[in-house]
Design a protein around this ligand. Sequence first.
Ligand code: A2P
Length: 337
Amino acid sequence: MTKEFNVAIAGATGAVGIEMIKTLEKRNFPVKTLKLLASKRSAGKTLTFKGTEIVVEELTENSFKDIDIALFSAGGDISKKYAQAVVDAGAVMIDNSSAFRMDADVPLVVPEVNPSAALAHKGIIANPNCSTIIMVVAVNPLHQAKKLKRLVAATYQATSGAGAPAMQELIDQTQDLINGAENVKSENFVHQIGFNIIPHIDAFTDNGYTKEELKMVNETRKILNDDSINISCTCVRIPVLRAHSEALNLEFEEAITVDEARELIKNAAGVELVDDVANNVYPMPIDASDKYDVLVGRIRQDISKEDGKSLDIFVSGDQLLKGAALNAVQIAELLAK
Ligand code: A2P
């Protein structure tokens, strides 16, 4: 008989939490019981899992008795506050926040890339940053074949990355602006996001990069287990509801052709080759939304280099799924094996 697990989701009412519930259901994860946890505000609400209504409970230190796997997506402070309670209860925490990602004894896992790292956990496994996951799952097949030396990324990140209220803010602002408003209320972003883009995600650091940009640098090196890869990023919020996109310039140790890269992407897990410019086919966030695979296309030789070792590619991936909920559930599947 397949082993079944008592699963808890902390942050179950959030944009990622809702997708975690759906992903557990869709992938038929062996759930024995499902506990849905959120703030006091949501206690008593109901959410549906496999046709059954489950009452949301307030998250407390006592929430984890008999729980095997606790999926967390309620922000870093909440993860830090409850990590010990999860571990003390004998459960494994799969944490979507940045709280523990760079801790040496916490594995940072993308199941298509470094699944074996998950097995070394000491009670906590970290789910990487959404833009990092989408980038790494696309780049790893090329890296395994030709060894990545340098990566320069520019992101086009959807409002879903800032949570459900941020997605609503984009809808409200767009409606208000179309109706002639001159000033709109911005609560989830530091500037207006409707009809604008904002080159600022997370806080600025002393070197001029934002924390989001440095997460992509440091987490990618940790997942690929290679600190020698040179990485630079610019992270930009755009007025799209769901699915992040990224323009990536990749330099390898060895020469690589466009056909080779296409073949590697075609044969890799977690990615789908969407690359037929003659028919205007390339990755776009509306096509990546609600999809498990990261779309990869616009693969071309970098014309600024003459050694044939650099490519430009464009990727789109659902931030709420592969960038968060799906990756977390895939980690749970590794534990269940
Ligand atoms: P709630 O809906 O009760 O506020 P998002 O990223 O979409 O904003 O979602 C954040 C998630 O984290 C929600 O499920 C939210 O619950 C939950 N959350 C926020 N603050 C707390 C808290 N203090 N305790 C437990 N859950 C929290």
